[in-house]
Design a protein around this ligand. Structure first.
Ligand code: LLP
Length: 421
């Protein structure tokens, strides 16, 4: 469920007509709904109610300060993967004790920043990382709280580029080696082993791989406890998928995921941490774009939009489907037409959809890409020197630009010409 609905013949974001935002900020732009963000966050809180738990939003999905602040005020922790994200989380008012640091390539500087600023735990992904974190912590006279990310070798049955739990992926340590690695971690005085971490991939639409991974984590918890480790926290990652095509997908809801968690690890008495990103932000955002031209090609019509692959790369990168709907509500009886929906960037990969059935549209019409709130704005670039598009946050009848479109001067001023040129 989200808060982008047709009302009085046009698309609204909560109580604001999308066309009104477009008139004020220009196209293309991202638009987020506070109510949807809030509701989605709360679904996870409800799913884990009664368990000792923390929902750490995977802010890589959408990391605008206004979005983080919205979630932080609801009590969200944050899952960060870089010094930049750590800095964003702190700036949004999230205390260090609620920030988890994930990622395969943490640098010394990032470790130092987090240790000095406060951190809930590092999810360590390799032995070399463990050795470096031990050194950095000791140099600061601290002990770094850690979990080790284990790779359970389960097939998440998602797009290969976003599956992370198979043995051939770069993530975590093979679960078969976990006892040895934990023994090593426990011998390092700069580390404090507190738990286990697992994350098997993103956009999972089936609970079975989660169940399999969590069962392995439960077994490992018991084995590690028998080895004398005080395993008291389980970070079970994120990855729950969302419906991208309204018509035919119904992935499991957070409540069902929570049930799997209860069944597989609930008896262990551990604090449960989860790191959802996409499900919180994905359907809380749309990208609004304008049709520049309708071009008749060889046997097909192209809708050429002012938004492009640099603004929303998911279709080009993962062949991802996003529903694309006109901002003016089509008549129920309208005859749909197939279009290739493309952006202005100079490569054929700049295609959002091929032969997509749409109500007839004309130059100047606005369209909205649904489910664009996660991995949309954060993955944008300025390819073709197209300015990063603005982000807007709606709350009931109000909207605010939460990131302005940069001017060409601002873009050019980031470059410098060496004096010897
Ligand atoms: N925790 C870890 C360690 C992760 O690597 C990720 C996502 C998450 C949590 C959050 O997963 P989520 O709940 O959002 O599925 N750019 C891709 C998705 C990449 C996901 C990377 N890791 C896309 O647009 O589909």
């Amino acid at each position: 469920m989200d808060h982008f609905l047709y009302r009085d013949g046009e698309l609204f974001a909560e109580d604001v007509p999308v066309a009104e935002i477009a008139a004020a900020v220009g196209t293309p732009f991202y638009c987020y709904s506070s109510a949807t963000l809030t509701r989605h966050f709360q679904l996870f809180e409800e799913a884990l109610a009664g368990l000792d738990h923390m929902v750490c939003y995977a802010m890589k999905a959408a990391s605008n300060q206004a979005i983080l602040t919205t979630l932080a005020r609801l009590g969200a922790g944050m899952d960060v993967v870089s010094g930049g994200e750590y800095t964003r989380a702190k700036a949004a008012g999230v205390p260090g004790e609620r920030i988890v640091f994930s990622g395969v390539g943490k640098t010394r500087d990032e470790m130092r920043m987090a240790l000095e600023g406060g951190i809930r735990q590092f999810n360590v992904e390799s032995e070399p990382e463990m050795a470096v974190l031990n050194e950095v912590a000791l140099s600061l006279g601290l002990r770094a709280p850690i979990t080790v990310r284990v790779n359970p070798d389960v097939d998440a049955k998602t797009h290969a580029k976003i599956a992370t739990g198979k043995s051939e992926n770069k993530f975590g340590i093979p679960i078969a080696r976990a006892r040895e690695v934990y023994a090593h971690a426990a011998s390092l005085p700069g580390l404090e082993v507190i738990g286990i971490d697992v994350h098997i991939g993103s956009q999972l639409t089936d609970l079975a791989p989660f169940r399999m991974a969590y069962r392995k984590v439960a077994e490992l918890t018991e084995a590690l406890r028998a080895d004398g480790h005080d395993i008291r926290r389980l970070d079970l990652g994120g990855g729950l998928g969302i419906p991208y095509a309204r018509s035919n997908e119904a992935p499991p809801l957070p409540l069902a995921w929570g049930q799997v968690i209860r069944e597989e690890v609930g008896h262990l008495g551990c604090e449960i941490e989860i790191e959802p990103g996409r499900l919180i932000a994905g359907n809380a955002g749309i990208m609004v774009s304008k049709v520049i031209y309708v071009k008749s090609g060889e046997g097909r019509d192209f809708l050429i939009l002012d938004g492009a692959m640099n603004d929303l790369i998911r279709p080009a990168m993962y062949d991802a489907h996003h529903d694309i709907v006109p901002v003016v509500e089509p008549e129920a009886a309208v005859e749909m037409q197939p279009y290739d929906i493309v952006g202005p960037v100079c490569e054929s990969g700049d295609t959002f959809a091929k032969q997509r059935l749409m109500p007839p549209v004309q130059a100047g019409d606005l369209v909205a890409f649904r489910s664009a709130g996660a991995y949309g704005a954060v993955m944008a670039s300025e390819y073709n020197t197209r300015p990063l598009i603005p982000e807007v946050l709606v709350h009931e009848h109000q909207f605010a630009v939460i990131r302005a479109r940069p001017s060409f001067d601002e873009i050019l001023n980031r470059d410098t010409i060496p004096e010897w040129l």
